[in-house]
Design a protein around this ligand. Sequence first.
Ligand code: CTP
Length: 398
Amino acid sequence: MLAGKRILLIIGGGIAAYKSLELIRLIKKADGAVTPVLTRAATEFVTPLSVSALAGEKAYTDLFDLTDEAEMGHIELSRSSDLVVVAPATADLMAKMAGGHADDLASTLLLATDTPVLVAPAMNVRMWLHPSNQRNVATLSDDGIARVGPDEGDMACGEFGPGRMAEPAAIFDAIAAQIADGPLSGKKAIVTSGPTHEPIDPVRYIANRSSGAQGTAIASALAALGADVTFVTGPADVAPPLGVRVVPVETAREMLDAVNSALPADVAVFAAAVADWHVTSQSGDKIKKTADGAPPSLALSENPDILAHVSQLDEGRPKLVIGFAAETNDVHANATAKRARKGCDWIVANDVSPETGIMGGSENAVIVIDESGADEWPRLSKERVARRLAERIAEALK
Ligand code: CTP
């Protein structure tokens, strides 16, 4: 699966460093090559000898000496891989990355690299939640650095919460999603997902019942086929997929901005249940009940139609634009009309009447409509719908 691929694995100094040994084993089992680098602190948790024995290669450490530099310079080392993985990514290492520091081998490599980077954070829950760490996490995400985890659970320090490093198998999946060769390798995809929230006042909003499950499954399936996916998600119930660039948004207008920033792309899939309207003048203060009991009236304005906007771009239109049609009646006719109205290539239509259990449920029954007609799929899990759609996309982009 990873034959011909090389991972520069930077092991940070945390108790989770022992899990990086298992990660090396998984990468090797999938025929990938690993160049291991340990920070000075990491050598307190795992030995360079065990790391290098598992990797079958020299383990570089902070004691990077002139002999090493003559063998392989740090610039070359930073660029001679397909992916740089930082696992565990400690709070300190992520702060260095966010700040652009280069005061040891690991941070110098991370600053010098032009290769995609994936971090697997691991730290105490308070450290993870600390505003300065959260700022660094946001900076790294803005810099295009992919992240897997952290997980929530019991921690080595005896506390409970987010901060535990993702399991090696999950890190491996994220690595595979980033670099494994697939029919969509080298293709860029944008997927919108989830509901949008349109604020009424600081505490209330207009929303819908979308869980984000279908969009999440589609992003995951595209990444598994090798696509480079930007996942623009409203406040969803389900966790975002691994191995994609996640852009969280709240409103339809923010979603449009995020999609515009993610362009150009080869394919864009609009699975989000975007609110059609926003409250025209959002109140800065919580709206209070009045003495006479008269309810407030909410004036609504139409939201931008993101799918129509992208479908009708004169320049930079993705080769394939796919919309969804959530209908409660006349699914086929309404969806066909919607495809024409919006100008997208395919419409994935589904019946979201409450009795179908589709919205917020785990299954979907869709009709895929393109210029040549309608293709009705059986009722399947949302994951299988996603896989089938991703394969159809790969075929169309060949
Ligand atoms: N969509 C969008 N931006 C909007 C509204 C919808 O990008 N402001 C996209 C959705 O992501 C979906 C498609 O348009 O891919 C159709 O969404 P749907 O809610 O079914 O259609 P609407 O355009 O809202 O039409 P209506 O509600 O009148 O059926």
